[in-house]
Design a protein around this ligand. Structure first.
Ligand SMILES: [Zn+2]
Ligand SMILES: [Zn+2]
Length: 399
């Protein structure tokens, strides 16, 4: 009851901040929070759960506009199964001093520097503070929570690590990593990535226009340290771009090159919001055996992740086929030797755009359509035009 009250109050009063969903500064505009829940996909043909969530987003402890409780409440309102908050390391100008935040502080909050009574901009932070705040709140909301951090090579490519240890502490000097060993106080990227891996974290390469295919990232991929890549960064992919063509500060990019790179280099496929302000409908789908953290990590390690954004799925044939096989049902009624009626049912929360029997069909969620098969052949192919299996190919299934 107490929790419900807090939700209601927060929904009415939370004035959240909208900004770019990119790793830059965010313009501040206050707006009312209006969550859009999405329904879940059915379990896959192979019996996996399709868990939704986001492995890369920020709060006011990073450069974002949302408090930690708001970010978690938002994820809950969207129906998320899991969440990782991934602040940049050396955070200055971030503080959680609002009454809404302080009531959520863990019991040992006094040991966190500057939590109470400190003005914005006062002191450097480190990303574990938002993680420590998030853990007990996410638990209340029933979310699987993964501690995360966004780091990377100074001025160049970033990396997002999730499932880092809650006891991990970065310090103010090693947030941005050194490209070569012995660069001032900064930790060499190879040492930090190995440290992350040793603590059971999973590293992905976000918004890959930074340092795309540079030797450092290639080394990390070749050595199994970086094991995933974002094919989408942002809430709406307003622009489709070449990997090298992005401009810092612009939100919403899909990377066709990164998709092919993932397939060639055995990387997991991720679509994350990188939300600094309010999030939009971008999700990484995790095909997990169970809704547990262990199962999510197992799925990530088996590369069973699929990007879901702009009413599209981007993933390996193995995984999107597994999802679609349980989302679309095809029933045939043979009326005579030349005519079969086909009913195609969409059991998923997304609109299916398909080519079938010479027609283009947009089939809304939880809807069905009847199509005549006058070909005289029993078998036919559906091309799923919004289910991508590489930068140039779509899922085709024979029925
Ligand atoms: Zn970034
Ligand atoms: Zn980010």
């Amino acid at each position: 009851m107490k929790i419900i009250k807090i939700f209601a109050a927060a929904l009415i009063t939370a004035a959240l901040v909208s900004g770019t969903a990119f790793c830059g500064t965010n313009p501040i505009t206050e707006k009312t929070y209006s969550p859009k829940a999405i329904n879940h996909f059915p379990d896959t043909k192979s019996g996996r759960k399709v868990l939704i969530g986001d492995f890369h987003c920020h709060t006011e402890w990073g450069h974002g506009g949302l408090t930690v409780p708001d970010r978690i409440m938002e994820a809950w309102a969207w129906g998320f199964d899991y969440l990782a908050i991934t602040e940049h390391g050396n955070i200055s100008g971030a503080v959680a001093t609002t009454p809404a935040d302080s009531k959520w502080l863990p019991k040992d909050a006094k040991s966190y520097t500057g939590v109470a009574g400190v003005e914005k901009g006062d002191m450097p932070r480190q990303p574990m503070e938002s993680n420590r705040l998030a853990i007990p709140i996410a638990k209340k909301y029933g979310l699987l929570y993964f501690c995360g951090v966004e780091s990377g090579i100074a001025g160049k490519e970033h990396t997002v690590a999730f499932n880092i240890s809650k006891d991990y502490n970065s310090d103010a000097y090693d947030h941005w990593l050194a490209e070569d060993p012995g660069q001032g106080n900064a930790v060499w990227y190879r040492d930090r990535f190995k440290q992350f891996k040793d603590m059971g974290a999973f590293l992905i390469y976000p918004h890959p226009h930074y340092g795309y295919a540079r030797e450092q990232m290639q080394w990390s991929v070749d050595h199994g340290l970086v094991r995933g890549i974002e094919v989408m960064n942002g809430s709406n992919s307003t622009k489709a771009i070449a990997a090298t063509g992005a401009t810092e500060g612009e939100a919403g990019y899909r990377w066709y090159e990164a998709f092919d790179y993932a397939l060639e280099h055995n990387l997991g496929i991720y679509a994350n919001t990188d939300a600094h302000g309010e999030r939009g409908a971008t999700f990484t789908l995790v095909l997990a055996k169970e809704k547990t953290k262990e199962s999510v990590m197992e799925a990530c390690n088996e590369l069973r992740t699929v990007g879901y954004f702009d009413n599209m799925l981007w993933g390996r044939v193995r995984d999107v086929d597994d999802i679609i096989s349980s989302c679309v049902e095809v029933e045939k009624i043979k009326l005579d030797s030349a005519l079969t009626m086909v009913r195609i049912s969409n059991l998923s929360p997304m609109t299916m755009t398909m080519s079938v029997l010479g027609r283009d069909i947009e089939l809304p969620p939880y809807n069905n359509v009847l199509v005549k098969n006058e070909t005289g052949r029993d078998s036919f192919v559906i091309t799923y035009k919004n289910v991508w299996t590489s930068s140039k190919t779509k899922l085709k299934k024979r029925y």
